[in-house]
Design a protein around this ligand. Structure first.
Ligand code: URP
Ligand code: ZN
Ligand code: ZN
Ligand code: ZN
Length: 469
């Protein structure tokens, strides 16, 4: 099967020109100003952007958490992703208490076998214990399986939090194996005390989720992780940076050229802490962690994205239905499962409010949602760019298409949308995963199984060669 994408504005992190892209099989085989080739399918991209498929490096599909399981599996979640222009994602394989690390990875492989994805999928290994089920030998072997990033939670005490010993030992292993260490940076001990105090005073509503996780708990843990990673000699990636207190230590590390980087997520750019005050328990929809912050943080986040102090925008897609899942915490905010949806709307929101409103360029947009995640997580240049030999993960994006974001029309299983009613201009038209059209004319034309597991390269190494594995 060959596809010719004609006359679009081809935009990568570094380029912006009008031309044709010829796809043979799973990869890009020719790019030129005006290609004279026969193709099985021709896509007229005049007036549209032709951009590399977005890479979402932070998702939680079908994840047991907070006494329930996130409500998208790898089929529903990746269909939702595809409609939003995301063609690969890296999901957190979460080690259960007492489970060995190979078993944890096997569990996640079973999930993508049972509920097959429509886009490509990689795994991070989320280490929760290195004494009962987990051990350092197994941890060191994960990169051989194409799992080249380790994730640690410095919060969620009594559940998946690790103490500094496990964090530091994992960093030492990463320094040897070439894995990238990822941290959820919050001081889980301090938060645990603040939560208990609030509940003892009868403070049970959703807004106390934010009040018991003040920005400094994120700032402290971010700085601690950065310094521990320096001691261990491991590269570090701080997930879901939400506030100035955490931007500052990341920015300091970036300025000093330390091996530390940070991402933020769409929701922190648009939703502030007042969302938690919505009546009738609607505020529970915004209980994700770190919590929505005071509004002034949003301009700091945009500024950090524009100046390369933050390097990626991900979604932290971790959907729990309001009805039946969020409501588990009706009488106690600490029992509301933490997480929010968003895998479908990252490009919509970032293009409209970032590019159209002049906060970031189109090149930077591509870099933040596609190229940088591919680079950090060992998928570049097979993914994250449009170049001869790269996987033909391509989005034909119509910058003038009008779209109203709503739970009524989104493709995730979740019963609400964080951006309900937002009208955006600019949306994906056609989405290809390794040369196969997955979404066209607002219809799913791909099928479960079109997506594959990606064996990722180690940090700093390139992933070359065609196709998934
Ligand atoms: O609230 C969130 N973010 N839930 C998912 C787990 C995590 O902390 O990323
Ligand atoms: Zn987290
Ligand atoms: Zn700032
Ligand atoms: Zn997360």
């Amino acid at each position: 099967m060959s596809v010719l994408i004609k006359g679009g504005r081809i935009i990568t992190a570094g380029d912006d020109y009008v031309g044709d892209v010829f796809v043979e099989g799973e990869s890009v085989s020719l790019i030129g100003r005006s290609l004279d080739v026969q193709a099985d399918k021709v896509i007229d991209a005049r007036g549209k952007y032709v951009i590399p498929g977005a890479v979402d490096p932070h998702t939680h599909m079908e994840m047991p958490f907070g006494g329930t399981v996130s409500c998208d599996d790898f089929t529903s979640g990746t269909i939702s992703a595809a409609f939003g222009g995301t063609t690969s994602h890296v999901d957190f394989c979460l080690q259960e208490p007492g489970q060995s690390l190979p078993d944890a990875l096997a569990t996640w492989h079973e999930k993508i076998e049972r509920k097959k994805p429509v886009i490509d999928v990689g795994f991070h290994l989320a280490v929760t214990d290195l004494t009962k089920g987990g051990n350092l030998e197994d941890l060191a072997k994960a990169p051989d399986e194409g799992v080249t990033s380790y994730k640690l939670f410095m919060a969620y005490k009594g559940a998946i939090m690790v103490e500094d010993e496990t964090l530091f030992k994992t960093m030492q292993v990463a320094a040897r194996t070439g894995a990238l260490v990822m941290v959820h940076a919050e001081n889980g001990d301090a938060i645990d005390i603040l939560v208990k105090e609030a509940l003892a005073e009868g403070k049970t509503e959703p807004k106390w989720h934010a009040a018991t996780r003040p920005p400094l708990t994120e700032g402290e843990a971010t700085n601690r992780a950065i310094q521990l990673a320096r001691i261990a000699g491991a590269p570090l990636y701080v997930v879901h940076v939400s506030c100035k207190e955490a931007i500052d230590p990341v920015a300091r590390a970036r300025s000093a050229d330390w091996q530390a980087w940070g991402e933020t997520c769409t929701q922190y750019l648009f939703i502030d802490e007042t969302a938690l005050d919505q009546p009738d328990f609607e505020g529970a929809k915004y209980v994700y962690t770190p919590p929505p912050r005071p509004k002034e943080n949003q301009e700091h986040l945009w500024h950090a994205l524009a100046t390369d102090m933050l390097s990626v925008v991900s979604t932290d897609h971790c959907p729990f239905n309001w009805d039946g899942q969020k409501t588990l915490g009706r009488d106690d905010f600490s029992k509301i499962p933490n997480g929010g949806p968003g895998i479908e709307n990252r490009l919509h929101m970032l293009h409209h409010f970032g590019v159209r409103e002049g906060r970031i360029s189109m090149n930077r947009f591509v870099e933040l949602v596609s190229t940088n995640p591919a680079r950090f997580f060992g998928m570049y240049p097979r993914k994250g760019t449009i170049a001869v030999g790269s996987d033909a993960d391509i989005v034909v994006f119509d910058p003038e298409k009008e779209h109203t974001i709503s739970a009524r029309t989104h493709h995730s299983n979740i019963d609400y949308n964080l951006y309900e009613g937002t009208e955006v201009v600019g949306a994906p038209d056609t989405v290809l995963v390794r040369g196969k059209v997955i979404v066209e004319n607002d219809e799913l034309v791909g099928s479960p199984g079109d997506g594959r597991f990606v064996r990722r390269a180690r940090f700093g190494e390139h992933l070359t060669g065609a196709g998934g594995s």
